[in-house]
Design a protein around this ligand. Structure first.
Ligand SMILES: O=C(O)c1ccccc1NCC(=O)[C@H](O)[C@H](O)COP(=O)(O)O
Length: 199
């Protein structure tokens, strides 16, 4: 089970995620997020992460050139886009050597023709980063194929049940491992990774 911890902003919590065995750490560059981080600060945190762990930049509605500039200066491995980006945007990011995650709310996922299978999917609640769940039975009409991550309101107490119910390839969390909005808890991170791994 692939585990991504998103919205990290401190060395302590990045280290906790890595030491707990997370597969990816996420840094949010979307304007208005309470987890917003500057590229230089993300670069310093990314330098603490071994090559076996992905460093994911999260963007929403930003021009591809801006995304590429930030991802390069922050030395990220992976780019996650949350807006209504087109396949060409993802092709450009891959051409520049980045791995990609296409984040969609569950209703958009169901409404749109399947995206480029080269992109990993992250299927989320309508408001990303908001700590709200959605009923994954809604996906039964068209179960996601390939590598997909479940996100939206997960936490150490509910992640095992969510995995058993929806059978994703990975999980992603932000609010559920925070002691307050935007403030990550190393203990909750450790507990989330353990619970996801033991689902
Ligand atoms: O986390 C944010 O603040 C955020 C803001 C704008 C776009 C995306 C954002 N987060 C994307 C993520 O990958 C979150 O981890 C995901 O939506 C799950 O969030 P949560 O429900 O809080 O666990």
């Amino acid at each position: 089970m692939y585990v991504k911890i998103c919205g990290l902003r401190t060395a302590e919590t990045v280290d906790a995620a890595v030491e707990a065995g997370a597969d990816a750490v996420g840094f949010v560059f979307a304007p208005g997020s309470p987890r917003l981080i500057e590229a230089q600060a993300a670069c310093a945190l990314a330098a603490r992460v071994p090559g076996t762990v992905e460093t994911v930049g999260v963007f929403r509605g930003q021009p591809v050139e801006e995304v590429l500039a930030t991802a390069s200066s922050a030395r990220l491995t992976t780019i996650q886009l949350h807006g209504d980006e087109e396949d060409e945007d993802f092709e450009r990011l891959r051409a520049e050597g980045f791995r990609t995650i296409r984040a969609l709310s569950w209703d958009v996922y169901l409404a749109r023709a399947l995206t480029d299978p080269l992109d990993r999917l992250l299927i989320d609640a309508p408001l990303p980063g908001n700590g709200t769940r959605f009923d994954t039975d809604l996906l039964l009409d068209r179960p996601p194929r390939g590598f997909w991550l479940l996100a939206g309101g997960l936490d150490p107490a509910n992640v095992a049940g969510a995995v058993r119910s929806a059978a994703p390839k990975g999980v992603d969390v932000s609010s559920g491992v925070e002691s307050s909005k935007g403030v990550k808890s190393a203990d909750l991170i450790r507990r989330f990774v353990a619970a996801a791994r033991n689902a």
